[in-house]
Write a protein of this length. Structure first.
Length: 261
């Protein structure tokens, strides 16, 4: 089975169906794009995959080395523990905490001490806190943020805040990373740096990535396959060149100019 398999996934809000009978499969190690016009249901689909919303119907199956888990209906923190991590379209950092503490917080779901040891500050507590700090510092070093580990997150430039959000997601040790419009609001230089960061994650960590993005040059450059949503329904799936030349996708989203760029 694929790493992630979505079967007939549907989400309705009253009389509005935001996601309708969506089927998707993502193989381990793939970098897959999810595109479509505003209001197509992309972020709603992400919210279903990560436990923010409970599906009206359908299944979300995650297969980690033969251990298949149904994610639909799980709380977001349990989805994260299962191996899915995400970023958000609007940056959601702890802006008044340091860069280092933002990453350390993400690691606490994997700590090996309980409430009692934390309360009494046992040796295990201090050992685990030291381990998390070292791992967080190592991640920041890898992603070129170690020099700003003691700065407040809100004081980082916009592009670095985006990078920090990705690093924080990486700190949960996911098998599947979901990026919701990571290039939103970025200038060309920041977008180029982001592209390099995503490619580095793929190469160094062997992570599987699902990406929502409106920057078609980025999507076409790095994605191996692309799914296209329109009005909550899946209208196309395929390799970038297939999507670029798909008449239905051109009509619904890309337009003639982008499709022939």
């Amino acid at each position: 089975m694929s790493l992630l398999k979505v079967e007939k996934l549907t989400k309705s809000f009253g009389g509005l169906t935001a996601v309708s009978n969506v089927n998707m499969e993502i193989e381990k190690g793939e970098l897959v794009g999810l595109i479509g016009p505003n209001g197509a249901g992309k972020t709603t689909l992400f919210n279903l995959l990560t436990g923010v919303y409970v599906p009206s119907s359908g299944q979300i199956l995650l297969d980690i080395e033969g251990n298949v888990k149904e994610l639909g209906g799980l709380k977001p923190y349990n989805v994260t523990k299962s191996g899915l991590a995400r970023t958000f379209q609007n940056i959601r950092l702890f802006k008044d905490l340091t860069v280092l503490d933002n990453v350390r917080i993400a690691m606490h779901q994997n700590v090996k001490y309980g409430m009692i040891r934390a309360f009494f500050h046992s040796n295990k507590y201090f050992e685990e806190e030291a381990r998390m700090t070292k791992e967080a510092e190592d991640l920041l070093e890898i992603f070129n943020l170690s020099g700003k580990k003691n700065e407040l997150a809100k004081n980082l430039p916009y592009g670095e805040q985006r990078h920090l959000e990705i690093v924080r997601a990486m700190a949960t040790k996911p098998v599947l990373l979901l990026l919701d419009e990571p290039a939103a609001g970025m200038n060309p230089n920041e977008t180029a740096a982001l592209t390099g960061l995503i490619q580095k994650i793929r190469k160094d960590y062997g992570l599987t990535v699902l990406l929502i993005e409106h920057d078609m040059s980025l999507v076409m450059k790095i994605c191996e396959r692309i799914y296209v949503l329109d009005y909550g329904m899946l209208i196309a799936a395929g390799k970038p060149e297939e999507i670029r030349n798909n008449k239905r996708v051109i009509e619904a989203y890309l337009g003639e100019e982008v499709s022939h760029a």
